[in-house]
Design a protein around this ligand. Structure first.
Ligand SMILES: O=C(O)CC1=CCC(=O)O1
Length: 259
């Protein structure tokens, strides 16, 4: 499938190093709102909606993670960015992982949050069927129930409502096709090919892709650093924005523990 022109936003100085942030399944670029202001103080921050999400096109699927990588590469080309830092969460992390393995010259530093090199396919393939049959709205409460810890969700009902609306706003076919991208993804062969200094982030209470998934990534990517956010579920960047933003900045600035 050919690349689509995804919808994007650029924040920060035009001459600063670029950092691309890739969203998770069911989210939009808005999921990075807690991170963008601090990152944009010293980076050219590119957020975008993965195909099938937000304001991006949703061509008929199924999609693969390689299709999503092609979209990012086309976006970088449109922006004239030869090499960027890349961070992605969950589906966005799979996209970032494959991008770094396929095109190492285009990725400076890499951050893989709450993602997996070997997601269990069946649940995502089943969810694709459900999304096509009944839309994304009925799925939203259960999904948001995995994004935040129960205690945090109980204290932030407005955020829960906004996230459920975000998921309900995804294109049904696009969302289903991205479920199929997750369900068909096997990144285990990518890990040893990643040369970018890599930060891996887990949510200690992530019920969607629990910490063993990120431990496997950290074990497979030479020299990577693993951070576990506790408490934290599947979207710890929302629940622990200071810790996650600080970790991203330290990693991108090269102030982490990488050689
Ligand atoms: O939606 C979920 O259950 C969790 C998830 C898997 C891939 C992704 O991006 O989110």
């Amino acid at each position: 499938m050919s690349a689509v022109e995804v919808s994007y936003t650029v924040d920060g100085p035009a001459d600063a190093p670029a950092v691309v942030l890739s969203n998770s399944l069911g989210a939009t670029r808005g999921m990075w709102d807690p991170q963008v202001p601090a990152l944009a103080e010293r980076y050219r921050v590119v957020t975008y909606d993965a195909r099938g999400h937000g304001e991006s096109p949703a061509p008929p699927g199924p999609y693969t993670v390689d299709d999503l990588v092609d979209d990012v590469l086309a976006l970088l080309d449109r922006l004239g960015v030869r090499r960027a830092h890349v961070a992605g969460l969950s589906l966005g992390g799979m996209t970032a992982m494959r991008l770094a393995a396929r095109e190492p010259a285009r990725v400076d530093r890499l951050a893989l949050l709450c993602t997996s090199a070997a997601p269990d396919p069946q649940g995502f393939l089943d969810r694709a069927v459900q999304a096509r049959a009944g839309g994304t709205a009925p799925l939203a409460p259960a999904i948001v129930g995995r994004w935040l810890t129960p205690a945090y969700a109980a204290q932030h009902p407005d955020l829960v409502a906004r996230l459920e609306a975000m998921i309900a706003g995804a294109d049904d076919e696009g969302y289903a096709s991205c479920c199929e991208a997750v369900g068909s993804f096997d990144g285990r062969g990518d890990l040893a090919r990643i040369t970018a200094p890599t930060l891996v982030v887990s949510g200690a209470q992530d019920p969607a892709l629990p910490p063993p998934h990120q431990q496997a990534i950290a074990d497979g990517v030479a020299g990577s650093t693993l951070l576990t956010v506790d408490p934290g579920a599947h979207l710890p960047n929302l629940e622990q924005p200071l810790e996650v933003t600080g970790a991203l900045l330290a990693h991108l600035d090269g102030a982490g523990r990488h050689a």
